[in-house]
Design a protein around this ligand. Structure first.
Ligand code: ATP
Ligand code: MG
Length: 347
């Protein structure tokens, strides 16, 4: 059953995966409106509910095992839906096990360090899921599209040469490989929005008063660089989708579908890790039995020695009784159905 589900999820996300070594042309290779045959939003919401439940279960096990960490990197153009994706996909997960970090224009202190410094300081620990809302990939996106950013990074001349992007791709790949080898899995999602959908979303931010706060004229100015960003994204996806940390290009024109995909990609990685609750040794089990005896002996007069055990016993009994009741009900229903079918046939 578990394997079946894992196979279905792998199949679902396969068209979104950037094959390592392939050359991506974003506009031709990935359709922002793709819905993988899920026609209705209602069906998408149902799928997302399932994904959220699986995520919550995996995250509990990840935290209990305390061996692996997961880093989700979310990249998108403005209005791509990063915030909403995080809010919806992580809605069922224990907030104690998740840390979201957003990366903005670097501070002076950050510019005083190497470009990966601020990202490594914010990595998740073992047992945690970390989410980067924008990530180290800005270092080959916005920094590439606006070379002023590179000038502000105070790099020595030799580190600023024409091969800077190629070198950064290699450094990022090496860094991610190092993290993966040490138990930190990297999940990379690019929310792929169309230019027209971005225009509509900006207008919505102007038209709906409750959304005015989200509107930024700087975002609209940035839209003028659309083609430069598409090129920078295509090059980045081609160079940094690796077997240990592949990119997933998630169609983002339908928010509900983007959320289903993001949840599926994350669940896929967690299922692959397959974190397990720590095994209890025989000695611990014996210890638990002894402590239970002591606690049961402390029960005040009239109280059950172990109220929890009693509750679960009753629950199981009720479940069995309901199961029996339902199967009798179904048998009677079927018999009535068969009888009326017989009657119809003979009349
Ligand atoms: P929101 O949905 O709230 O708008 P946001 O991620 O767009 O979220 P903003 O504060 O609007 O947040 O924008 C952050 C800005 O910081 C972006 O324009 C992004 O390009 C920029 N930025 C991020 N990393 C870097 C970097 N390394 N160098 C220069 N600019 C960066
Ligand atoms: Mg913004």
């Amino acid at each position: 059953m578990g394997d079946d589900r894992a196979d279905r999820i792998a199949e679902f996300i396969e068209p979104l995966r950037v094959e390592p070594g392939s050359k991506v042309r974003l506009a031709e290779d990935f359709d922002p409106g793709f819905r993988a045959g899920v026609r209705k939003k209602k069906d998408g919401v149902e799928l997302l509910r399932g994904g959220i439940e699986q995520l919550a279960d995996c995250q509990r096990r990840l935290a209990a095992q305390d061996t692996y960490g997961v880093l989700l990197c979310l990249q998108a153009l403005d209005a791509g839906g990063k915030d909403g994706t995080i809010r919806h996909v992580m809605s069922g997960v224990n907030p104690q096990g998740v840390r979201v970090v957003g990366f903005k224009v670097p501070s002076n202190d950050e510019l005083d360090h190497d470009y990966l410094w601020r990202y490594s300081r914010n990595l998740p620990g073992r047992g945690e899921i970390g989410i980067f809302n924008r990530s180290h990939y800005e270092e080959v996106l916005v920094v590439r599209v606006h070379p002023d950013n590179l000038r502000r990074q105070k790099l020595p001349d030799a580190a600023r040469g024409p091969d800077v992007w190629k070198r950064r791709y290699r450094e990022i790949n090496d860094w991610e490989r190092y993290l993966t080898d040490n138990g930190f899995r990297i999940v990379k999602i690019f929310l792929n929005l169309s230019k027209e959908e971005q225009r509509t979303r900006f207008l919505k931010r102007i038209d709906v008063p409750e959304r005015n706060w989200k509107f930024s004229s700087a975002d609209v100015r940035e839209r003028a660089y659309w083609d430069d960003y598409q090129r920078a994204f295509s090059k980045m996806l081609s160079a940094t989708s690796t077997p240990w940390a592949p990119w997933y290009v998630v169609p983002a024109d339908h928010k509900w579908f983007a959320r289903v995909c993001a949840a599926a990609v994350l669940v896929h990685t967690l299922m692959d890790i397959d974190p397990q609750y720590p095994q209890v040794t025989d000695e611990t089990r014996r210890e638990l039995a002894e402590v239970r005896k002591e606690l049961e002996a402390e029960a005040p007069a009239g109280a059950a020695p172990d109220p929890y055990k009693k509750k679960t016993k009753n629950k199981k009994k009720n479940e069995k009784r309901n199961e029996k009741k339902n199967s009798t009900k179904n048998r009677t229903k079927n018999r009535t159905k068969n009888r009326s079918a017989d009657k119809k046939a003979s009349s």
